[in-house]
Ligand binder design. Structure first.
Ligand code: ZN
Length: 141
């Protein structure tokens, strides 16, 4: 099967302090804050940054409680790249395809992520140690 459109949508980065991290990217280049949201289910506060002419976003992730997945990640590995996210048009079809291809998925069905989008994750075991998120282009209706 041929995959048509599978662009890198964003890079997720685990940080201790959203403002401090935002400042770093604004010093690096002309990044502006695109959106910010607290995803209660995952106990995480996310902030999306986008560069003037860039198409790939940066997603800063800060845990909202010490037992949250992001805080656990920070304790184990410190600040740094947490996941890569690819954008697809039909998330259900991609989920079925990737499952057929033998990828180990972390969810049985897409879940609601930040910015009102459907997402799911591929286990790092299937991706050489990299956590991969698949997100759908269209927001949830
Ligand atoms: Zn993400």
């Amino acid at each position: 099967m041929q995959v048509k459109d599978f662009p890198l949508d964003h890079v997720g980065i685990a940080v201790r302090d959203l403002d401090e991290a935002t400042q770093r990217y604004q010093q690096l280049a002309s990044y502006h804050v695109l959106a910010e949201e607290t995803v209660h289910a995952q106990r995480v506060k996310v902030r999306f940054l986008q560069e003037e002419k860039g198409s790939c976003k940066i997603e800063l992730l800060q845990g909202t409680d010490p037992e949250s997945p992001i805080c656990t990640f920070l304790k184990k590995r410190g600040e740094g790249i947490h996941h890569l996210a690819f954008r697809v048009e039909d998330i259900q079809a991609e989920m079925s395809r990737l499952r057929r291809e033998g990828f180990q998925l972390l969810q049985d069905h897409p879940v609601k992520g930040a910015l009102n989008k459907w997402i799911f994750f591929i286990h790092p075991k299937s991706m050489g140690g990299v956590l991969v998120e698949i997100c759908q282009t269209a927001a949830i209706e």
